[in-house]
Design a binder for this molecule. Structure first.
Ligand code: GLP
Length: 256
């Protein structure tokens, strides 16, 4: 796993934006795996800015990681809505090549349909990931099978608490989500995981340096050949091999 330690959250975001923008410039028909969450908001702001400067997403395809079960695509707390606000509505993506799991349909059928769409259009050229406090990727909570595929996954109390801030007092917060599985994520040709802030430090360390275990679903990424983890100073604070990663970066030659 390549670990990129950045001096600030802004630097980590800009590394991520550049990586995605360079891929789309080099391969306009790229298949992108996209993520949601607070961490990704400035990433999408950066991609929208790149679009305004001429980058076209018209030939790209995207698959989002997950969606709350029970929410319609136009529900303000749905991930589809989030994506419309932060990216889809502001760039030139072709709506027929935008895919987000359908939380408002029968979960079993929607999950199967999503996997088959990924099979026919994938694999993902680049899968973008955030990281949950408990080490989840997508909504693959601790205990998830490392061989899992898209399915309806019950959310842990800690994840529900972390995301409660987005729901109003009168809104019912979903208790489960349709999420790509860990095996679905691992099929991507390249994975880029971004984490910023001290609250992510323990999860970052567990993903990069801990044992591979279902208790930290992100640790499965250690079995992938092309993963880059981008962190700011706070999120990377617990990494044991910090100085090695820094030194290794000075020798790193970017292939893009
Ligand atoms: C949610 C999403 C994840 C995301 C995580 C972290 O649970 N399903 O894909 O990585 O939140 O979110 P944040 O970036 O807001 O910390």
């Amino acid at each position: 796993m390549r670990i990129v330690l950045c001096n600030s959250p802004e630097e980590a975001v800009s590394f991520t934006v550049n990586r995605i923008a360079r891929l789309v410039a080099r391969k306009p028909e790229a298949v992108l795996g996209l993520a949601t969450g607070g961490t990704m908001e400035p990433v999408y702001t950066g991609l929208v800015a790149a679009h305004r400067e001429g980058l076209s997403f018209a030939k790209a395809t995207s698959f989002n990681l997950d969606e709350y079960v029970g929410l319609t695509p136009n529900h303000p707390q749905s991930y589809r809505y989030y994506m419309e606000q932060h990216l889809f509505g502001q760039v030139d993506m072709d709506p027929s090549r935008i895919f987000v799991p359908r939380g408002d349909l029968d979960p079993l059928e929607a999950a199967e349909a999503y996997e088959s769409e990924i099979r026919s259009r994938g694999p993902m050229d680049l899968q973008l990931l955030g990281l949950g406090h408990n080490g989840h990727i997508g909504f693959n909570e601790p205990g998830s099978s490392l061989a899992s595929r898209t399915r309806d996954k019950a959310l842990t109390m800690s994840t529900r608490e972390a995301n409660a801030r987005y729901f109003g007092p009168d809104e019912t917060q979903p208790i489960s989500a349709l999420t790509m599985g860990i095996a679905t994520i691992m099929d991507a040709k390249e994975i880029l995981i971004l984490a910023v802030g001290a609250a992510k430090a323990a999860a970052v360390r567990a993903v990069a340096e801990g044992p591979v275990t279902t208790m930290c679903p992100g640790s499965a990424l250690q079995f992938h050949q092309n993963v880059t983890m981008v962190v700011d100073e706070d999120a990377g604070a617990g990494l044991v091999l910090k100085s090695y990663y820094r030194e290794a970066e000075t020798m790193h030659v970017d292939r893009d």
